[in-house]
Each structure stands twice: as C-alpha cells, then as structure tokens.
Design a protein around this ligand. Sequence first.
Ligand SMILES: [Zn+2]
Length: 144
Amino acid sequence: MGKKQEVDDRFKKFGTVSFTSITKVNDFVSLLEQGKVMGTKCKDCGLFFFPPRADCYQCLSSNMEWFEVTGTGKLVTYSKLQYAPVGFEDDLPYAIAIVDYGNYKIFGRIADDVPDDEIKVGMEMKTIGHSLPNGQLNYVFQKA
Ligand SMILES: [Zn+2]
C-alpha cells in the first residue's frame, strides 16, 4: 500500500519524564487523554493489572480487557518527597502513595492541592487523569 510504517509511541506523553514510548498497552495514554484511567484484566484467570499489562504473568494468557478505575480506594501508605529522581526536581515537593482498590493497588502521586494535614492513611481516595504543566499526562489521587 506504500504506507509508511508508523511507530506507536504514545507513551511519550505519559509522566513528567517518560521512560518508555513503545509498549503493548499504548491505548492507556489515549484513554487517559479522554480522562479515563484504565487498567487491564485477564479474561482467562480474572487477575487485574494496574499499570496495565498486555500479558498475564499468572496464567500467561494475552486475552486481556480494559477496565476503568472508578470509585474509591483506601490510602495504604504515602511519602512526601523532598528529593526527586533526575527530571522530577521541578515537581518537588510531591507525595507518592499507594491506593488499594481491593482487586488491585495503584502507585501514584497525591494531587498537589490536597493539604498535607488532610492526608491520612486509610482515607478514601479516587484516581483521576491529570495534565502536567509541560503538557505531559499522568494520574493523581484526589480526596474522595
Ligand atoms: Zn491470567
């Protein structure tokens, strides 16, 4: 057909610094652009994955479907960072956290506008799509 092979590098748009641009789950970024935070679920064994995976490590199936992260999870733990990895210095200070949704856990950042004194382990949080000042995309945890 003479059509040039296009490289699907949508993951370049993810995160303050993108470490990978070509993955088997690039729809994640397009869905995030629509405000949807999505993981994958193995249709064969029912395991949930976040971040999304294209292949199940439990049953080795590649029979996956997307699911949207909705509702709330519980804040398991968090840490306010005063030092950041290379490339993330301008984002300081920010809090990284793990939120437990039951079938899966999400590692991410707490939204900058959540006051420190309102962050409590065990609190309900929701996960929302977010645009960074440099135009990159990520997702953050917001108070439920
Ligand atoms: Zn599986």
